[in-house]
Design a protein around this ligand. Structure first.
Ligand code: NAD
Length: 481
């Protein structure tokens, strides 16, 4: 791919079109070099995509769930078959090290396969008899697809957030218009090419490339029955407001400021490993980043020394090199935003233990893994999402304090607990106001478990049967026996 490569970013009725609105340059975040240009969809093209999804809806929602399952399974197989291509695009457009790009493709395959299984067994899809106390009547529950859905995803896990929405939407019988992030369309476009070639009927999945204006046009389209959004809180709130008057259904997966809690019986090596993964995987650009780390006081000094050393040992560079363990920030603008948060942290009195600056690397947007201590709890560094490789550490004196510190947040997405005694860790977990808790476990996300958060981290849940329900309406029919 070269700077001049023009990528077509609008898919309507299985036909690719060049966008009719402004041209966007896509960069390689490792080198900063331009890699392609994509034209955004016009409002008329957004409308055409939604109309195509509307036309495709009656036939698609009438297909047998088992047939939808067979198609989802074919999609999973074809993604697996094209793994090298998708991993290469994920590395090129997002700068992800090879092992991270590989995990993304595996996640997409697992998600498609999970919803294929639900469809094949009819779980959560077939009509169900409902027991009634009056034998003179019987009731039936049907789960009806909500209709045409708009899926809007961010740049930090291209393909993955898409699969988490698209697979259950298709399983439910909905038709789709997807808007990927303006920063990371390349793997998403390739993914949709693969899906179309797997045999998706025209109009069932459509794509409109563009930035906020395209997202807004999609959300405001009167034929969109539901919006499923992953991204920032600011945009999520705007979407919620926009959907309210028309009663459009909304699911929101938003930000986080999550804790890693190291209890006093923890294995220190494990604690450091999990802290590094939780803070620096994907260069910390994770809603689930465990960027506030609370360590039992007896372990604190040793933990900090080892965590700082481990952060310093991460290597940024060509994503294809096996020893590259740290990716870049996605864009210059986002890099500057993260550096500003670091500077604000220093100005607010936090103590910088390592990192804190841009990494020249290969010319792109990387930031050195950064660790702070002494971050004031009321200040932005401790309370607000950084979305970069920046962690804060503090000491705690009891399990109760660990819980209180973790819950002292507007967000409630995830937490990690590192402990010798798992029963004790479970007791701590029971007090946490978060959607997912990992105990002595890296941030594994299985399609069988739910994803989503308490408080400002969002509305609703993705994955599992809950992800499917998010694209369904319920209808009960009551009739004489
Ligand atoms: P963002 O909100 O700027 O953009 C997300 C998507 O929304 C993009 O596709 C963007 O083009 C689109 N968009 C922007 N303005 C819009 C509007 N007015 N109407 C409709 N669509 C609009 O977020 P981002 O910077 O791409 O992503 C980072 C944020 O996403 C972080 O805050 C992170 O925590 C959050 N995130 C959450 C999860 C989760 O599962 N909870 C996962 C990944 C990212």
């Amino acid at each position: 791919m070269s700077a001049q490569t023009a990528v077509t970013g609008v898919l309507i009725d299985n036909q690719w079109h060049t966008g009719e609105a402004e041209l966007f340059g896509i960069s390689n975040p490792v080198t900063g070099a331009p890699i392609a240009q994509v034209a955004c969809a016009s409002t008329a093209q957004v409308d055409a995509a939604v109309r195509a999804a509307q036309r495709a809806l009656p036939a698609w929602r009438s297909t047998a769930p088992a047939d939808r399952g067979a198609l989802l399974r074919r999609m999973a197989e074809q993604v697996e078959a094209q793994r090298p291509r998708l991993e290469a695009l994920q590395q090129l457009n997002s700068g992800k090290p090879a092992f991270e790009a590989g995990l993304d493709v595996s996640d997409v395959v697992a998600t498609l396969a999970y919803y294929a299984d639900l469809c094949s067994t009819g779980t959560g899809l077939l009509p169900q008899a409902v027991a009634l106390p009056d034998g003179g009547f019987h009731a039936t529950l049907e789960r009806v697809p909500v209709g045409v859905v708009g899926l809007i995803v961010p740049w930090n896990f291209p393909m993955v957030t898409t699969a988490w929405k698209l697979a259950p939407a298709l399983a439910a019988g909905c038709t789709v218009v997807l808007k990927p992030s303006e920063l990371t369309p390349l793997a998403e476009i390739a993914l949709l090419e693969i899906f179309a070639s797997a045999g998706l009927p025209p109009g069932v999945v459509n794509l409109v490339y563009g930035a906020g204006a395209v997202g807004q046009a999609l959300v405001q389209h009167p034929a969109i029955a539901k919006v499923s959004f992953t991204g920032s809180n600011a945009t999520g709130q705007r979407i919620l407001q926009s959907c309210g008057p028309r009663m459009q259904r909304v699911s929101l997966e938003l930000g986080g400021k999550s804790s890693l809690l190291v209890l006093d019986d923890a294995d220190l090596d494990q604690a450091v490993d999990l802290a590094v993964g939780g803070a620096f995987f994907n260069a910390g650009q994770m809603c689930s980043a465990t960027s506030r780390i609370s360590v039992a006081r007896p372990l604190y000094a040793d933990f900090v020394e080892r965590f700082v050393a481990a952060a310093q040992a991460l290597r940024h560079g060509d994503p294809q090199n096996a020893d590259t363990t740290l990716g870049p920030i996605i864009s210059r603008k986002q890099q500057q935003a993260v550096l500003l948060r670091i500077q604000t942290g220093v100005a607010d009195g936090a103590r910088l233990l390592t990192g804190g600056s841009a990494l020249p690397g290969l010319g792109g947007f990387a930031i050195a893994p950064t660790v702070f201590s002494h971050a004031e709890h009321s200040r932005a560094l401790w309370q607000e999402e950084v979305f970069g490789p920046v962690a804060c550490v503090r000491a705690i004196d009891s399990d109760a304090q660990a819980v209180a510190v973790a819950n002292d947040s507007d967000y409630g997405l995830v937490a990690t607990i590192v402990a010798g005694d798992v029963a004790r860790a479970r007791q701590v977990a029971a007090g946490l106001e978060v959607g997912t808790v990992w105990i002595n476990t890296p941030q594994l996300i299985f399609p069988q478990t739910s994803w989503g958060g308490f408080k400002h981290s969002g509305l609703g849940r993705e994955l599992g049967p809950w992800g499917l329900q998010a694209f369904q309406e319920l209808r009960h029919t009551v009739a004489p026996s």
